[in-house]
Design a protein around this ligand. Structure first.
Ligand code: AMP
Ligand code: MG
Length: 313
């Protein structure tokens, strides 16, 4: 695939929006860093973000929206969210709030958590793209996993050229560090320091922030081994269905549900949470999973399944 470099004008926004609609990936500038965007409602498109970045796990992504009104369609809004978004949106502040049911967002976006991270970016190119697209854009930083976040289109191309459909070139990002992430599902908690100073948030709230720390029950997700567990137990690397089990397959195997009959890891990632929920809903006591190759997206899938299989706390 050849990665197109799009100009930051109406024509470029229209091209980029069409790519997002068709399930493709577009990197775009925000005031913080360049994001790697996908339609947050399309499972396969979101799976491709993890594939392009070679992320070894499904950590949740920030959904970028065009307005406070749009954010309210996805999360349970409250007075603190109102005060903070009123003061700092658009801007480098991400709010983590309870996810509303039935939003149509892919469960890969939230890593199947009950909360969603949302932000309205303060950059004319990001806003131009969101307006042309007219939907929610899931976007982590547009760099390969483990590398430095990109603040110029050239950085994006150096890391992801050939792996994504396009980059909108909007020059250098003015802030240059990631957004500040604030958890508002409980007491206001700083989940990640970033472009908006903590002092500004504390002044707007009129109270000090909790800092995420050891002993906190749920953190930046992924830290607690069994955090993502479904109701039933999960048994990995199953070669047969034992008494009382349901079988989740991968590749050409007989199974109750199959992540990808053709052995396509991107398709498997897109189906993962949906299939786990479906099998869970059948009341399965044990979900046995046939082997999944530990390469590419298979690493993230296996990481997620290992967490589900870990002993409960
Ligand atoms: P990045 O992917 O580089 O944009 O970083 C996104 C950050 O947002 C990660 O540190 C995530 O852990 C954090 N995040 C996203 N969604 C949530 C959520 N629902 N709860 C807590 N942290 C979140
Ligand atoms: Mg990042």
């Amino acid at each position: 695939m050849e990665t197109a470099c799009l100009s930051p004008d109406q024509q470029g926004f229209a091209r980029a929006a069409a790519i997002l609609r068709s399930g493709g990936l577009v990197a775009f500038p925000t005031e913080t860093v360049y994001g790697l965007g996908a339609d947050a409602r399309q499972d396969h498109a979101v799976a491709r973000i993890f594939e392009a970045k070679e992320r070894p796990r499904f950590n949740p992504l920030i959904v970028h929206v065009d307005s406070i009104e749009t954010a309210k369609a996805y999360v349970e809004w409250d007075a603190e969210a109102d005060a903070l978004a009123g003061a700092f949106w658009p801007g480098p502040l991400t709010l983590v709030l309870p996810l509303k049911p039935g939003t149509g967002l892919s469960p890969l976006v939230t890593a199947d958590l009950a909360t969603l991270a949302v932000r309205m970016p303060d950059h004319p190119v990001a806003q131009g793209l969101l307006a042309a697209f007219g939907g929610p854009v899931a976007a982590p930083s547009a760099n390969p996993s483990g590398r430095i976040s990109p603040t110029e289109a050239g950085h994006v191309l150096a890391g992801l050229s050939g792996r994504i459909e396009a980059v909108l070139d909007g020059g250098a990002c003015p802030v240059g560090v990631e957004s500040t992430i604030l958890g508002l599902a409980g007491a206001p908690t700083l989940l990640r320091p970033g472009g908006l100073p903590v002092e500004a948030i504390e002044a707007a709230l009129g109270q000090p922030l909790r800092l995420y720390g050891a002993g906190d029950p749920v953190s930046a997700p992924g830290q607690m081994q069994s955090h993502y567990a479904p109701g039933g137990l999960v048994r990995l690397n199953a070669t047969e269905r034992r008494e009382g089990e349901v079988l989740l397959g991968f590749g050409a195997v007989e199974a109750d549900l199959n992540l990808s009959v053709s052995g396509d890891l991107t398709e498997a990632a897109a189906n993962l949470f949906h299939h786990l929920h479906a099998l869970d809903a059948q009341g399965a006591r044990v979900i046995a999973v046939t082997p999944i190759p530990d390469r590419g997206l298979g690493r993230a899938i296996n990481d997620r399944l290992r967490r589900a299989a870990a002993p409960r706390e």
